[in-house]
Design a protein around this ligand. Sequence first.
Ligand code: ITT
Length: 215
Amino acid sequence: MSGAPRSGRRLSGKVVIATHNAGKLAEMRTLLAPFGIDAVSAGELGLPEPEETGTMFAENAAIKAQAAAAAAGLPAFADDSGLCVDALDGAPGIFSARWAGPAKDFAGAMARIASELDGRGATDRRAHFVSALVLAWPDGHTELFEGRVFGDLVEPRGSAGFGYDPIFRPDGHDRTFGEMTADEKHGIDWLKGEGLSHRARAFVALSRACLAPAR
Ligand code: ITT
C-alpha cells in the first residue's frame, strides 16, 4: 500500500456505493467524506443485488460494481470482503456473508468458526481480513485495489463495527475491531498513506490513484 501512487482514472461528481450491507455502507461513506464525492447507495437507488458467482474477492467486487454502474449510468464502487482463517484453509473467505445465513446471524457465524476450529483440534488462531475494492464506470472500465489486515481470533469482545469484528484482534493492538471506534478501525494516516483495516488499506490505495481531496 506504500510507494508512489498509481495513476488510475479519476473519479469526480456522483458515485454509487454498490453495497446492501449497512456496516460497509457507513464505512465507505466515512472514507469518501474527505473527497467531496456525492455518494448514493445501491439501496437508495433500488438497484437489485447481483448474484456473487465469482471464486475470488476481486471477481465478486467487479460483478457488483459493474452491475451497479450499468444500471445507474454512474461510476460505482463495490467492496467484496471476508475473513480468512488459516486453520480452516481460508474459510469462510468469500463465503463470509453466507456463513451468517439470510438472517445475517453473525453471532452464529462466529460460533461456527469456533466450533470448526475445536472440531479440528486446531490451536492456531491466525486469520486475516481481505477487501477487494472495485471502481467501475458505465463504459466498462474498472480499477481494482486490495487490502489485507492480519491478526488473531479471540473470544468475541465489543459491539462496534459489524460482521466478524468482535473476534478479530489486529496485530499490534490489544483490542478487537469490535472494541474500536470507526476511526480507530480505519486507522488512516493520510500523510503516510497508511490504514489499519483491510477496507481502509484498499481505500487509501484507491484514493491515491483515483480521488483528489475536496477543495
Ligand atoms: P454486499 O455484497 O452488498 O456489499 P455483503 O455483506 O454480502 O454485502 P460480502 O459478500 O463482501 O458483502 O461479504 C463480506 C462479509 O465479510 C460481510 O458480510 C462481513 O460478514 C464480513 N466482513 C467484511 N468486512 C468486514 C469487516 O470490516 N468487519 C467485520 N466483518 C467483515
